[in-house]
Write a protein that binds this ligand. Structure first.
Ligand code: DAH
Length: 343
């Protein structure tokens, strides 16, 4: 019986000694050893003549034969195919379909911001912007918040260590000052963008968030204009039927107010979002303080105006019925993908 083992060992040595030099030789190799009528198949069929106590050894030998032959065949096949492609020269097939490029989607905060901008541009506002690394003058002093003013405490500020007087803007209001310094009324702008505060314990739970600022300066602008503008916005943005203006304080407006929109408490979501009151606070606003106009070179005897500033994240939560603000910052694509259809 040992001659069948010897024969198999011989075939194994033969396989390992072979080196087909091209695709035709490789095919001959395949037929000779791995083909349905090949040598390995023939040797396998001898299994039934092998005594039981040696079947195991024979089986292992067969496996080695097969593996060695297949490995050699597959490796050489790849080599010869690559060679053939290179030789063809025109390996670049211009008619082949392209690699699909995965498309991203807009972040819900960006979508919400775009919607706000779109509503105000329809009312004749144009978009203005300013730097995120701002100077003290525009962020605070021009906005009627001098250095010793307690209102500065309301906005815990990141200062730039090696550039005294520079900071990360704490609100979009400095864009107001920048616009007014550079042109005369009529002024009708909105300024969307990022703002920064060191408020790790607040509900925002994040040092960076987004606001949209609005400013309207002309002759004879009144609080009624402010109220109507905001009501229109609340209707367009949320389908809200009512707004509420609560007296408040901001250094750069007088009088100042905070605006709530009426969502009601009909649904559990609205109940939760409004903490059971039906009202959702959206923004701060007021009539631009004459001192701010003067700081920025605008005649406060001739002109008046209103301003407002709103956070975007909370509006995004409302718009998309997102239950937790942290989801907006985690950037988990499984979450973000849900907004792929939104513009
Ligand atoms: N800048 C204020 C803040 O971030 C929001 C604000 C309130 C802006 C009243 C305004 C305004 O323009 O008139 O808290």
């Amino acid at each position: 019986m040992s001659d069948i083992f010897e024969k198999a060992e011989l075939v194994l040595a033969e396989i390992n000694a072979q080196s087909p030099a091209n695709a035709a030789e490789l095919e001959a190799f395949r037929i000779q050893y791995l083909g349905t009528k090949g040598l390995i198949k023939g040797l396998m069929e001898e299994m039934r003549n092998v005594p039981n106590e040696r079947k195991r050894d024979y089986g292992q030998l067969m496996n080695r034969l097969k593996q060695d032959a297949e490995t050699k065949h597959d490796a050489l096949k790849e080599v010869f195919e690559a060679q053939a492609q290179n030789a063809a020269g025109s390996a670049l097939d211009l008619s082949a379909p392209g690699e699909p490029v995965p498309l991203g989607s807009r972040h819900p905060v960006a979508v919400t911001m775009n919607r706000i901008v779109e509503i105000f541009t329809r009312m004749g506002f144009s978009v203005a912007d300013g730097p995120e690394i701002e100077d003290d003058w525009h962020n605070f002093t021009a906005m009627n918040t001098p250095e010793d003013h307690p209102a500065r405490d309301m906005q815990d500020t990141f200062y730039v260590v090696d550039a005294p007087g520079m900071l990360l803007r704490t609100h979009t209001s400095p864009v107001q000052a920048r616009v007014m310094e550079n042109r005369q009324p009529p002024i009708r702008i909105i300024a969307p963008g990022r703002v920064y505060r060191n408020e790790t314990i607040s509900t925002r739970s994040h040092a960076q968030f987004h606001q949209v600022e609005g400013l309207y300066i002309d002759e004879g602008v009144s609080f009624a204009d402010l109220k109507q503008t905001l009501l229109y916005f609340a209707q367009e943005m949320f389908g809200a039927t009512k707004i509420r203006l609560r007296p408040s304080f901001f250094p750069f407006t007088e009088p100042s107010a905070e605006m709530d929109i009426w969502l009601g408490t009909d649904t559990e979501k609205n109940y939760r979002l409004t903490k059971g009151t039906g009202w959702l606070e959206i923004l701060g606003c007021g009539m631009v303080d004459p001192q701010v106009l003067e700081n920025c070179g605008i005649d406060s005897k001739k002109y008046s105006g209103f301003a407002f500033g709103m956070g975007i994240e909370r509006q995004a939560l409302r718009l998309y019925e997102i239950g937790d603000i942290r989801l907006l910052f985690e950037n988990d694509v499984r979450f973000l993908r849900q907004f792929a259809a939104a513009m």
